[in-house]
Design a protein around this ligand. Structure first.
Ligand SMILES: *[C@@H]1O[C@H](CO)[C@@H](O)[C@H](O)[C@H]1NC(C)=O
Ligand SMILES: *[C@@H]1O[C@H](CO)[C@@H](O)[C@H](O)[C@H]1NC(C)=O
Ligand SMILES: *[C@@H]1O[C@H](CO)[C@@H](O)[C@H](O)[C@H]1NC(C)=O
Ligand SMILES: *[C@@H]1O[C@H](CO)[C@@H](O)[C@H](O)[C@H]1NC(C)=O
Ligand SMILES: *[C@@H]1O[C@H](CO)[C@@H](O)[C@H](O)[C@H]1NC(C)=O
Length: 319
């Protein structure tokens, strides 16, 4: 029996003998923050706010550990008593915060305090789906925003969807909707926005809610940045520039060719110098660096066939 008691007691003793940390050893108490609140300050923006525990001794360095639990897990520390997060809120938001004391390389944490925001109200299957947005950059650094979506599977035919975007502190409702066969809004165009095309990392928040006589329409939020949604558009722009440059150069070539045909007399006065027909790139160089006479001779040699070839050469060199 004595041996058995020993077997049970020895591990207990060792556990208790392990020195906790300095602060625990000193019997220092750390108390959780108080009055932790969550406030929605803008679309998809939540302010976390708390107060230091009034009974907490202020002798030690206090920081706060924050953990966002939903919708996206995130942990961070702050010495402030507030912080702001930009996250989608349609499925609710849950976070916890605790006090942490640090002293002489040891630290001790309080209990967590937890708060949550409920999911935005609405019937299942009524939210829009397949929400997709593109930012188009126009001239003078203005940006337009186009979005499209599908009506929720269980959205009644009388559903009216409303789309909002938020960019920094600007929030705007869609002025111009596209409709499906039941006249439900399923697309939106903002021809002018506050979006700065140069700030490609700034988040664009999209919020789509709605109303219906027969169902509560559940809102949906989505975060984009121009980096991810503008990609297609930027490639298009490069494509357009290439096409424009090529067309312009072909047009100039055509004009020169016409001008030279009009001055045909001139080339008769100065007979054409034989040109190697198999090296078109050389010809392109000749055109840019040498005299009009040589271009004229080239055109005379190849006739109308030359213009197409010439454009091909130019396209090769542009791309
Ligand atoms: C916490 O909130 C309660 C009630 O709103 C208030 O009476 C109290 O003073 C607050 N505590 C602190 C530390 O601000
Ligand atoms: C806080 O620190 C001061 C001096 O640094 C000390 O006199 C006081 O007892 C400390 N208070 C507590 C609650 O530890
Ligand atoms: C700080 O910690 C070291 C070792 O952990 C200890 O020797 C020292 O006495 C501590 N200082 C104070 C002021 O508690
Ligand atoms: C947005 O915030 C900026 C400063 O950050 C301020 O100058 C501007 O007036 C605000 N705009 C709106 C619409 O609140
Ligand atoms: C939709 O959201 C906007 C912006 O939050 C709000 O002002 C509006 O009342 C909402 N409409 C409905 C029908 O929920």
């Amino acid at each position: 029996i004595i041996i058995m008691v020993n077997i049970i007691l020895v591990p207990l003793w060792t556990a208790m003998a392990i020195q906790p940390n300095l602060l625990q050893a000193k019997g220092i108490q750390v108390l959780p923050p108080v009055n932790f609140t969550l406030t929605v300050t803008a679309l998809a923006e939540v302010l976390l706010h708390w107060k230091p525990n009034p009974d907490q001794h202020q002798n030690y360095t206090v920081i706060y550990e924050v953990e966002i639990i939903t919708p996206v897990q995130e942990e961070y520390n702050t010495k402030h008593t507030h912080s702001t997060r930009t996250v989608v809120l349609h499925d609710g938001f849950c976070a916890q915060v605790r006090t942490r004391l640090s002293y002489n390389n040891s630290q001790i944490e309080s209990e967590w305090v937890t708060e949550e925001l409920p999911a935005l109200a609405g019937d299942a299957g009524t939210s829009v789906t397949n929400l997709f947005c593109i930012v188009y950059t126009a001239s003078y650094n203005t940006a337009s925003l186009h979005c499209s979506w599908l009506a929720g599977e269980h959205a009644p035919t009388d559903t009216v969807y409303f789309l909002f975007y938020r960019y920094n502190n600007y929030t705007e409702q869609c002025p111009d909707y596209l409709k499906d066969k039941w006249q439900r809004n399923v697309g939106c165009r903002f021809s002018k926005t506050y979006i700065d095309p140069k700030q490609i990392d700034t988040l664009i928040i999209i919020h789509v809610n709605g109303s219906s006589k027969h169902a509560a329409i559940k809102p949906l939020e989505q975060l984009f940045n121009q980096n991810t949604i503008g990609e297609e558009q930027k490639e298009n722009q490069v494509g357009w520039v290439l096409i424009l440059v090529t067309v312009t150069m072909c047009f100039i070539t055509l004009l020169i060719a016409m001008a030279c045909k009009m001055c045909h007399l001139w080339s008769r006065l100065f007979p054409p110098i034989p040109t190697p027909k198999n090296n078109l790139k050389d010809l392109a160089r000749t055109y840019t660096s040498e005299t009009e006479t040589e271009v004229g001779s080239y055109i005379d040699d190849l006739g109308s066939y030359n213009e197409d070839l010439y454009c091909e050469v130019l396209e090769d060199s542009v791309i």
